[in-house]
Design a protein around this ligand. Sequence first.
Ligand SMILES: [Zn+2]
Length: 127
Amino acid sequence: MVTWRNKAYLHDWVPQFVCCVCGESNTVAAHVGGNGTKGMSCKVPDYQTAPLCQTCHDRLDGRALPPLDQAERERVFWGMVECAGQFIADRLDSEVKRRRKFGQRKPGSRASQSPRLKMGERRRREG
Ligand SMILES: [Zn+2]
């Protein structure tokens, strides 16, 4: 199994969000999905990260007291979901813009005549 790794996501994308537990603006991408097990970040894909300040990151991983309580852990989880969701939305948005700029089909081409054509239908016509 290949684990998704993306340095830009970890170092540029996630840290632009505030800490999802306390709102602190200086954050890092913290891997989510285990119980702070050592080496956990080796197994968790990079999209499974939430923006956390150093203090909250340490509390999540059990390096500082008190550890995050259940409500705080849920905020971390939803922070991760929001972060990944916005990343996908952003990528889709830039893909749409890229296609508008470079990928426009000429009027009258087969694709523009039948945009809702399914794969099977297109194959039948071409074949
Ligand atoms: Zn924090």
